[in-house]
Design a binder for this molecule. Structure first.
Ligand code: FE
Length: 337
């Protein structure tokens, strides 16, 4: 009898241990950066919580969470671009998060009640040093200047990075002025929009385009490249921090929120808090060339340092989404495909 009891207790202890070991956080991720692997492994090391990552495109993942409804295994949704996160919030996918730690570490303009930015990237103007002068492209507004006729290259106007930028222009300059701007930009195109940010950088370096916009981490990646020709290429490309004399440069973010139907809220919040830790913040900076959102974090990324300091636009990041539909419509009207 006694022996049986011991066996039962042992069996129960084993079951408990198995459960503790199997604590899993389901992370729906639309961030596709190789360096993120280490970021997640480190969380498991610290907390014992495994991360089961479900990768996909942001729209597919959001659709999936909606279709799974109350049964969704999703605990955290992580993606890039403020407008996408705001869209997820508008669809009711997130639960509000109360965390003193997150609120103290992440500036107010970089989170809402239900999602938090963990890194920032700036959308800067780049130019070919022998074709364009920096002072002629000091602002986003200047991209519509007829002086740049035939010189401007762009990725699609519909890409979220451009939509968020145009949404910020609407917030600052108003819709009518921004539409006029978009027409001026289209009139300056060297070619129809195509490719991603890296394609624009390469075209600027080759002189096929005089000027373009790009997110900073693509620039940093090429500045830090182990290929000599990529580093050389960057010597021909100048970088301008737009709008330093007024509101500052438009920034975008990567961020995450806790999924409303999560059965694992404690672990989910713990994960968000981990992303705001000094260690995780340094992964964003040193691994993926993004800026930490936590001001006190010291990073060691020579490419970010080489790009220098700048004044960032402090428009609340959660407010960009309300102008995104208007942005898309005015770009369509202006023929910015
Ligand atoms: Fe990107």
């Amino acid at each position: 009898m006694k022996k049986n009891l011991v066996l039962i207790v042992l069996a129960m202890a084993a079951a408990f241990a198995a459960e503790a070991q199997e604590k899993v956080l389901n992370l729906y991720s639309a961030r596709h950066y190789q360096t993120d692997e280490r970021l997640y492994e480190n969380f498991t090391k610290q907390t014992g919580i495994k991360i089961n990552r479900i990768d996909g495109k942001e729209d597919e993942l959001m659709e999936r969470i909606r279709n799974e409804g109350a049964n969704s295994p999703a605990d955290v949704f992580i993606t890039v671009d403020a407008a996408r996160l705001a869209n997820a919030e508008a669809l009711g996918l997130f639960a509000p998060v109360k965390s003193k730690l997150l609120e103290s570490r992440i500036p107010a303009h970089l989170h809402t009640d239900s999602w938090f930015a963990f890194s920032t990237r700036a959308r800067v103007i780049i130019y070919n040093r022998s074709a364009v002068k920096a002072e002629d492209v000091a602002t986003y507004e200047s991209l519509a200047d007829p002086k740049l006729k035939g010189k401007l290259c762009s990725r699609s106007g519909s890409h979220p990075y451009n939509l968020s930028l145009v949404a910020s222009l609407i917030a600052h300059d108003g819709e009518a002025k921004t539409e006029e701007w978009a027409r001026g930009v289209v009139a300056n195109f060297a070619r129809a929009p195509k490719g991603g940010d890296t394609d624009q950088i390469k075209s600027v370096a080759l002189g096929e385009c005089g000027v373009a916009v790009s997110n900073t981490y693509y620039l940093a990646r090429l500045i830090r490249s182990d290929k000599v020709d990529e580093r050389r290429m960057m010597e021909r490309v100048g970088i301008v921090w737009p709008n330093q004399a007024n509101r500052g440069t438009h920034i975008n973010i990567s961020g995450a929120g806790v999924v409303k139907t999560s059965k694992n809220v404690d672990a989910a919040v713990k994960f968000l808090e981990y992303l705001a830790s000094d260690e995780a913040q340094r992964y964003f900076a040193d691994g993926n060339n993004e800026w930490p959102v936590v001001a006190s974090v010291v990073t060691g990324n020579p490419a970010l340092e080489a790009m220098g300091k700048f004044k960032a636009d402090t428009l609340p990041i959660g407010s960009l989404a309300k102008n995104v539909v208007a942005a898309q419509k005015l770009l369509d009207r202006a023929g910015y495909r």
